[in-house]
Design a protein around this ligand. Structure first.
Ligand code: CA
Length: 223
């Protein structure tokens, strides 16, 4: 999923970017509050990891402005401000979760998974669509109970679709999930990845809605 990372500390930001990418996220990294607001206006992010002590505009103000615009994407605050009052202020300003530095990268990525799952309306940690299941914690994809090897870009695309079953995503929206700033985008890359996924998972898991985009069906309710 595409994450906006807002962190002015170069060493920590670099480590976070690497860690989030290893967790199969696409990451755009900005280092001050104004750049964060600009990125949030133009980019389609699944979640924000937000430092509070930032140059130019405090992270709490970035968060308040975001919520004032009725943007509901999950925000995880990552900060050295660790008093109870700080946490209450952060959550009241519209944060969905709060981690105090120093923190464990494994815990950060697990909390992000939980936020993304809830934002997608999913309560179960393993996503399901028809015969296919995807476990964001282990990155394991199964079809009819057998593991299927799925390289990172195909995985990111499948994850984006399975996160919100029944919702069609256009090619441009899917590209947002696959590429960070500065990445080179192949002109028909999305079609190629969809083609590979259909070959591995069967033709009917990802449907094409002509002129609209791609969709995976909602899992049938269990009897
Ligand atoms: Ca800072």
């Amino acid at each position: 999923m595409r994450i906006l990372l807002v962190e002015d500390d170069a060493l920590l930001g670099d480590a976070l970017q690497v860690g989030l990418r290893q967790a199969d996220h696409v990451v755009d990294w900005v280092r001050d509050g104004i750049s964060a607001e600009t990125a949030l206006m133009t980019g389609d992010y699944a979640a924000v990891v937000l430092d509070l002590g930032l140059p130019r505009l405090d992270g709490l103000d970035v968060l308040r402005h975001l919520r004032a615009k009725k943007k509901t994407l999950p925000v995880l605050i990552l900060t050295a401000r660790d008093t109870v009052d700080d946490r209450i202020r952060g959550l009241d300003a519209g944060a969905d979760d709060y981690l105090v530095k120093p923190f464990d990268l494994g815990e950060l990525t697990a909390r992000l998974r939980a936020l993304l799952r809830r934002a997608g309306g999913q309560s179960s940690p393993v996503l399901a669509a028809g015969r296919v299941t995807l476990d964001p914690a282990t990155r394991r994809v199964e079809c009819d109970g057998s593991e299927v090897e799925v390289p990172p870009k195909e995985y990111a695309l499948l994850h984006a679709l399975m996160q919100q079953p029944g919702r069609a995503l256009s090619r441009a929206q899917l590209e947002q999930h696959l590429y960070a700033w500065g990445d080179e985008i192949g002109s028909n890359a999305v079609e190629v990845y969809i083609h590979h996924l259909r070959r591995k998972l069967g033709p009917d898991v990802i449907r094409t809605l002509r002129g609209i985009g791609y969709v995976v069906a909602k899992a049938a309710a269990k009897p």
